[in-house]
Structure formats: C-alpha cells, structure tokens
Design a protein around this ligand. Structure first.
Ligand code: HAM
Length: 453
C-alpha cells in the first residue's frame, strides 16, 4: 500500500469510527438548553424584568459575549478571575474570556462614549454570563442576568431608585414583602470599622490589606472559624489578623459604627426607603459582596422561606471602575439578577404562571383538506390570530390530543363540508364548549369566546 493510500484509509477508518459512536444528547455540563416549556418560563421571567426596567425609564443595551481577558484582571473578583472564567486564546493569539458578569462591559461602553452620553444614564440588559462553577441548586455555568445600572448619579437618589426597582421587580413576579428580604450594607462603613479596629490595636491597614480582608470576610460563611482565622493571618500577618478577629465582635463593631459619619448617610437611605414603602430591608453588618469594585452601598436579596439559601440577586455602588479605562470616575450603582435563583424562588412560592401556548387556534384536518386549512389559517393570521395547522395524517381524535398536549386552547376541524359551507365548529378545549361560526366571524369569535361561552 502506498503512503497516500495508507493515510487515506486511516482517515476513512477514523471517520467511520466517529460516525458509529453516537453523540450524547446532553448539553455541555452546566449550560442551558431550553425546551419549549422551559422557554415559556424563561420568557415570562425576562419579559417581566424588561417591562419593569422600562417602567423605570431604563434603556436596553447589549454587548458581545466575548471580551478581552484583561477586562477582568483588575478590580473584579479574584475568585471569579482565577477559578471561574472561561478563557481561551484566539487564532490571533489574543486571550479572550466569555463574560462572567456584565459590570466591566457596561462600564466599557459608557467609557467609550463618555462625552456624548447624557448623564445620568439608566441602562439595562439581560445577557447570558458564563462561570465555571460546580453546578448546584441555583448555580449553573451559564445564567442569564438582568443588569440594571445608573451612571452619573452622585447622591443617594440612584441608590434609592435601584432598590425601588429591585423591589418592584419582585412584586411584578407576584412576590409579597414577607417572601423576601433586602439586606443592605455599606463598604465605607465596613472599611471605616476595620480601620478603627486595627488602629485601636496599634496597626494601620493599607488599601491592599483592606481589600484582602474584605475578600476573606465575603467568604466567611464558606469557611470554618479556623480556616477564616488562617486566611486572615495569611493575608495581613499573624498579629494584625489575630487582632482583627478578636476585636471584631458585634458589640465592638456596633459601638464603632455608631460614631461613624458614614453610618448617618446609610441610616438616612434606609429611612427614605421606609418612607417610600420599602420595609423589608435590614442592615446586615457582615454583607461584603465578592467584587473589589464596590465602593459604597452593597445589597443582596434573600428568600425568607429557607428553601433557597443563597442570595437571589445583588449589587451595589461602584464609583471607580472607569479607572480601568484611564478615565475620571463616574459614580455608578446597579445590580445583577440571575434567572436560575429567581426561577427557584418563584417555584418555591408557587408564583410561576401555568403554561399557556402562544398559539390560539389549532386547525385539525379531516381527509385531504390541508390546502383549504392553510387558506383558513392565512385569513386568520392576517387578523393577528396565531394558528397551527395539522401537518400529519393522524385521525381527528389524535389531532385533538396533540392540540391539548401543546396547550392550545381552541380548535376547529376542517373537512370538505366545512370548506364548502364556510362554517366551522369552534371548540374551546379546556371547557369542551362549542360554537358555530363562519370564517368571517372566526377571529372575532376567538377574541370574545370566553365571554359568550
Ligand atoms: P453577582 O452577585 O456575582 O453580581 O451576580 C448577580 C446574580 O447573578 C447572583 O445573585 C445570581 O442571581 C446570579 N448568578 C451569579 N452567578 C451565577 C451562577 N453561576 N449561576 C446562576 N446564577 C448566577 C454581579 O455579577 C455584579 N456584576 C452585579 C452588579 C451589577 N453590580 C452592579 N451592577
């Protein structure tokens, strides 16, 4: 066998092996397939998010899923960058990352047109984000995340509006105040407190040390007391670490905080929210959030049922992220709300609507009436009725079952008689009630059926 023939037959053999090994139908681990019923839930979730964001005057934007890796190397989260990003080298040797979150991207957009954009901006987007996490309840490798952000509002107003919006979205899903709680904290209060605790012990913390401590505090719940102490001591040295842990008692922290000017503004925010009817808020002195870029308010929303222990969503103020692009700061505040934890919450509280097909009418065919049925469908579609025509050859009973399993509410059966007379029996499948209607009246009858049935 010649060289070329041998190579060719090896390739063929390889192809044949590949052909005979069936592929798995499972998606890549942790990413999402949406069968139609899941898609309906997903659409309900994103439609609701979109409509409330727009009620608050937020404008929609979109960016690419791919970003240069360097966008995430500073100021975000060490855990996400080092352990959770999907990063690869493209054919031009550039390092590319699938976005794990939207905040650096939206900041890039604002920085890119800073001079033309009229501040303050209120923007929203519902991107998919990728994080290489261990898939578990509420945590997947691909999630969709509503991002609502305000750029250019220096005061407390942006914070109030962001919390009002977060609260309103929950209400739009049918959630009542007692079903969720909004935990608030403020990074300035946290760092001021840390600085005081350290200075009382005779130490001075620099910016890097403070950031390292906040990162560890953010993971406190995931660590045993011993691991927590070790992590602290490793990050800032044994002595300061020990001092911080020993002195960081609730009583001591409470006493220090009471004297902080940063606490006054934070209390005022809570009072204003109360006045606006947002009462399911609480100050959580341990809330940090994982991203380095937060500079003030941080908040997370929790399910109170005990069923979903992770936070449903969260956000905060990040006034310095423009620095990534060498620009003067623009104050910013916003949040990210994932679709998976929210879906779990809605399921727990029975707040998901039952499935409703977007198709109004199913046209069953009796005999060779497909073309006539499509003609009827065309007339109805021209009047904004969504119609699905039977494509198969099954008996009428089977077609009715098919329509029911698709969740379609109305059905007409089209045989030669119906095509000749132009009169149809309109069935409302859930109630089994019927009406006789002409083709001209069919669309109107569908819209008013339930009132007259
Ligand atoms: P985050 O807390 O990392 O914040 O994510 C926000 C929300 O996205 C989470 O609370 C959760 O609902 C959802 N989420 C995050 N990771 C996953 C995952 N692996 N699986 C399912 N859902 C997930 C941020 O991303 C900030 N950039 C939010 C922000 C916007 N801050 C200011 N503006």
């Amino acid at each position: 066998m010649g060289f070329v023939t041998a190579r060719l037959s090896a390739t063929l053999e390889h192809t044949m092996i590949k052909k005979t090994t069936p592929l798995s139908t499972a998606p890549y681990k942790g990413v999402r397939d949406f069968y139609p019923r899941d898609m309906a839930i997903f659409n309900h979730i994103t439609d609701t998010m979109r409509s409330v964001a727009e009620q608050f005057g937020f404008e929609e934007y979109q960016t690419s899923l791919l970003e240069p890796t360097e966008l995430y190397l500073n100021k975000t989260s060490a855990e996400i960058v080092n352990e959770q990003t999907y990063t690869f080298t493209d054919r031009g040797d550039r390092s590319v990352t699938l976005r794990p979150e939207m905040t650096p991207s939206v900041t890039r957009l604002v920085a890119g047109r800073r001079r033309e954009l009229p501040l303050p901006l209120k923007w929203y987007s519902i991107p998919n984000c990728f994080r290489y996490e261990r898939p578990q309840k509420g945590r997947v490798r691909e999630h969709w995340q509503l991002n609502c952000d305000i750029f250019g509002d220096t005061g407390v107003r942006g914070e109030i509006e962001i919390i009002l919006l977060a609260h309103e979205i929950m209400k739009a899903f049918g959630a009542r105040d007692e079903m969720f709680t909004i935990k608030l904290n403020n990074r300035t209060i946290l760092t001021d407190t840390l600085t005081r605790v350290a200075s009382d012990g005779g130490y001075e913390l620099d910016e890097n040390q403070t950031r390292a401590i906040l990162r560890i505090m953010d993971r406190k719940e995931k660590l045993s007391p011993e691991e927590y102490a070790n992590a602290m001591q490793e990050a800032v040295g044994a002595e300061i670490g020990r001092t911080l842990i020993d002195a960081h008692t609730p009583e001591r922290v409470g006493a220090i905080m009471a004297e902080l000017p940063s606490l006054q503004a934070f209390v005022a925010l809570q009072e204003e929210l109360h006045r606006l009817g947002i009462t399911n808020i609480e100050h959580s002195t341990e809330l940090v959030r994982g991203f380095d870029y937060y500079t003030g308010l941080v908040f997370e929303v929790f399910d109170t049922s005990g069923e979903n222990t992770r936070s449903l969503f969260g956000g905060g103020r990040y006034d310095n992220l423009m620095e990534l692009f060498g620009q003067e700061p623009i104050p910013a505040v916003g949040f990210g709300m994932g679709d998976t934890a929210l879906r779990d919450f809605l399921e727990t509280h029975k707040l998901l609507p039952s499935y409703q097909s977007r198709t109004t009418l199913y046209i069953a065919t009796i005999g060779e009436t497909f073309a006539g049925a499509e003609y009827v469908a065309q007339q109805l579609r021209a009047q904004d009725v969504s119609v699905s025509v039977n494509l198969g050859t099954k008996k009428l009973g089977e077609q009715i079952k098919q329509a029911e399993s698709l969740g379609i509410e109305f059905l007409i059966a089209v045989g030669e008689d119906e095509l000749r007379s132009g009169t149809f029996t309109l069935k409302h499948l859930p109630s089994r009630s019927e009406r006789t209607v002409t083709l001209d009246d069919l669309a109107e009858a569908l819209f008013s059926f339930e009132e007259h049935a």
